[in-house]
Each structure stands twice: as C-alpha cells, then as structure tokens.
Design a protein around this ligand. Sequence first.
Ligand SMILES: [Zn+2]
Length: 296
Amino acid sequence: MNQDITETIRQVVKKAMVEESFVELEASGRHVHLSREAIDYLFGVGYQLTIAKELSQPGQFACKERITIKGPKGKFENVVILGPERKASQVEVSLTDAVVLGEKVPVRESGHIEGTPGITLIHKDRELKLDEGLIAAKRHIHVSPEDAEKLQVKNHEMVQVKVFGERSLIFDEVVIRISPNYRTFMHIDFDEANACGFKKGMVVKVIKKDCNQPSVDYNQIKQVSQPNQQVENEPEQNKTAAELNKKIITESDLQKIFLQKTYHVLIPENSIITPLAEDYIRKHKLEIQRHKEIKL
Ligand SMILES: [Zn+2]
C-alpha cells in the first residue's frame, strides 16, 4: 500500500483510539543517555554519535555505538546509547538488571537522578565512573497537548493503565508527561513488559484515578434511609445506604458514594462489579447488598 495512505490510516486509527482512552504501549530495554563530556571521554573529543534508528519520540534515536555498563557485581555489554546527548549522563535498567549489577536502583522519572547510585561506563580501553545516574525508569505516558485534552489528563498526573490479553493487568502509578515535543506513547521497561505479556503494537487503556471525574450520573445514586440497621454508638455515616441502579458498578460510582460518607450500597441483583470496583469495596470496607427488587 502507498506509504502516505498507510500513515494516514494509522493517524486516523490512533486519533479514534485516543478518544476512547487507548494509547500504544512500547517497552524500553536497558539503555544509556550520555552527556557531551561523557562522549568526549569515552569516544574522543567532539565525537558525533551515529543514528541507527529513529524512536517514536520526535528527535530521539538509538545509536550505532554500544557500551558496557559495570556495577559492583556484574556487567552488561552492548548496551544501546540513546541520543541526542543530554545535560547529564543517565543509565536506565530494569530491576532484574539491577540484581545482576549488584546495585540498589531507585525507580525515578527520567532526568531525576539526584542521590541515585553511580555506575561505570566502558568503551574499549576507556572507563568512566559516574557518581550518579543509575535508575529504573518510572512507567510513564508521553502525551501531546492535543491528546492530553482528549484523555483529560494533566502534566504529572498519575493514572492507571489496563493491559489486555493473556497476562492482563492494571499498572498503577503511571505518570503523565505532556509536551508539544511528544507523540502519545506509554513506556514501560522489560520487567513490566514481561509481566503483562507485551507484544509490539499493543494498545492499553488509560484509567483516570481522579474520583471527581463526571463519570457518574448523580440521578442514579439515591439515598435510602435504613433506620433499622442502626446500632447504638455506630458512626453517623452508617445510618443510610445508597442505592445504585446501574448495570455495571465502577470504582468511580463507589467513590462518589464513599465521599458522601455512605458505606452501605444497594445494587441490582444482576449488576456487574468491575475488578477495580471490587478492589475499592475491599479497601474501603463497603457493604454491598444485592437487591432482588431492583432489577435492570
Ligand atoms: Zn519514555
């Protein structure tokens, strides 16, 4: 197929995907970002790294040059260098790699390297000992401002992300990073990729953690009095139960009720409770009662 048409179709599909809160997932292997000083020292003054492959983020590329990274217990050879050069050198590994290297590696956002362990970089006969810069990258989603609006997310917001398939799971604590220089992609490391059965081109669903999102119809929450269930000295909030007339009970439905200090919820007999909602019920010790008379 014509290259332009393929690209146009890709863009249209991606746009529709983002409107439904789906983003594409990518897995990053261990890699190194180098400062000008590090390149000068390891490869020679003024050396220019060779672009081998463009990455999904504009201006970012994998280099042809490879180096060795060495920790107190072990090392990895042939580690890819990602360009362009940065202000400070940074080495990103998985927590499994950290065990091999023999170093305790903190999970950090890229660029936040203060107080992190150092590591030795080796190229041929040159060895450069970094004082800091070894991190396991915090899982994140690069978002363009346009897509941020569609996803209704803010910069640095934490979201959850659902991965589908045989090893389906939900990643919590995924940080949103918005910039006009970004294309919308989620990034995880290889530990996370293996945990969720990652395959190239996989799409995942962004789930907002903010309980104040207008995803619940207030008309569906009805306060019903339950005076008979009140026990002496029981907290005031247990006086009432909320009736939730919905086919699918989501976490956000329950959050709304919980925020109204109601911990007893009546739901239709045949309602489905989502896994996230189940977690919420356990965590907040909500009492859920299925009601035969309320049938949808
Ligand atoms: Zn990234």
